[in-house]
Ligand binder design. Structure first.
Ligand code: A2P
Ligand code: MG
Ligand code: MG
Ligand code: MG
Length: 356
């Protein structure tokens, strides 16, 4: 298959009458470019909020308002860009404008509108900001195409100055076909001082990363480890989001000796996709929690395109066709391809009847 700018093309057409070779756009090329631009802008907004509003005082008071402002602002920015380029596409976004309405929402609303206008390319009125946020109310489903957005995944990481991600994906007929992650605090290479990574993948075209502030994309690959005793795993910082106790038992069964790397957000998918970790475990803490599609869509296609595998705790692929949640799945297991079956086996073994 022909390659252009590192991406596979669907085909190369030769116009027989003129003998000119016209290179058609790669599948979702336009969507890829727009999604990258949207994630870049939203990431800038989040960084601006962190620099301006997160202080030692907000941290000691456990004041969550900076992340709330950034959540709304980032969703407004991404949705406005998507609406401009793909006005017919619905969006499943995490946030809605309810808390910004009326007198009760006035103070926060003013802050969000000011923020969007201080970082965005073009001015947006208050009504436009609210409207953009509420484009995210789509119910999702199995047919047609829709975007899904987590404007800030890892809110606790954001407030701590640790990992968080802006996560955008395109779902077509229930399948994730494009994913972009903006990870402002992720090291550009493991151990390097420079931070800020953008990861992107389109179905069938491989997974890539580059610096969040620009530069050339380079391909990324999940690790090729086949011996689980050599594996490193990652999981949520928050014990309310994943069972740390169960993961400890699972890693003991797999002979894993390295301590887990705990980080917030879909940066865990990023770590598996570029081989910094071999396993990401998300083990249910409650029987009734349904994972949200925006918490997994972008990471899912990026890990798959990097040669890894993703499923739930039974090994079943994540099913993005059931609306706003992964109603048919429980938990998540993402690994380099060679150890997926072994890891799922150990998960089943430890969780027993809980894993059914
Ligand atoms: N009980 C739960 N199990 C799994 N994930 C959860 C649970 N409660 C909240 N979350 C979601 O986990 C995500 C953060 O995950 P991580 O720990 O990997 O950073 C958030 O989007 C959060 O959703 P929400 O935004 O509704 O709080
Ligand atoms: Mg989230
Ligand atoms: Mg979020
Ligand atoms: Mg949230």
């Amino acid at each position: 298959m022909a390659r252009y700018a590192g991406r596979k093309l669907a085909s190369e057409q030769v116009n027989q009458s003129t003998r000119r070779i016209s290179i058609p756009l790669a599948y979702l090329a336009n969507e890829r470019q727009v999604a990258i631009q949207a994630v870049e802008q939203a990431s800038k907004l989040c960084q601006a909020v962190f620099n301006r509003l997160v202080t030692s005082e907000t941290l000691t008071k456990k004041d969550k308002s900076p992340v709330t402002i950034a959540d709304f602002g980032a969703q407004a920015v991404v949705n406005a860009i998507l609406a401009e380029h793909f006005p017919a596409d619905p969006i499943v976004g995490e946030e809605d404008s309810k808390d910004l309405q009326g007198d009760a929402g006035k103070e926060m609303r003013n802050k969000v509108v000011d923020l969007v206008n201080s970082v965005g390319d073009r001015p947006m009125s208050e009504a436009e900001v609210l409207q953009a946020i509420d484009r995210g109310q789509y119910a999702g489903g199995a047919t047609g195409r829709h975007w899904t957005l987590d404007p800030i995944d890892g809110t606790k990481g954001f407030l701590r100055g640790e990992q968080y991600a802006v996560c955008l994906a395109l779902i077509v007929d229930g399948q994730v076909r494009l994913g972009v992650l903006g990870c402002p605090n992720l090291e550009q290479k493991q151990g390097s001082e420079s931070k800020g990574v953008l990861m992107v993948a389109v179905d069938g075209q491989g997974a890539f990363q580059r610096a969040l502030d620009g530069g050339a994309e380079t391909p990324i690959r999940a690790s090729s480890v086949s011996d689980t005793t050599q594996a490193a795993f990652c999981e949520s910082v928050e014990s309310g989001h994943t069972s740390h106790g169960d993961s400890e038992r699972i890693s003991a069964l797999l002979g894993i000796t390295k301590a887990p790397v705990r980080m917030d957000s879909q940066c865990k998918y990023a770590a598996v996709a570029r081989g910094n970790a071999d396993v990401y475990l998300r083990l249910p803490t409650r029987a009734d929690y349904e994972e949200k599609i925006w918490d997994h869509a972008a990471g899912n296609v990026i890990v798959r395109e990097a040669g890894g595998r993703v499923g739930d705790i039974t090994g079943k692929p994540l099913d993005f066709s059931h609306g706003r949640t992964l109603a048919q799945n429980r938990g998540v297991v993402a690994t380099s391809a060679g150890i997926f079956d072994q890891v799922v086996g150990a998960v089943q073994n430890v969780l027993g009847s809980k894993a059914v």
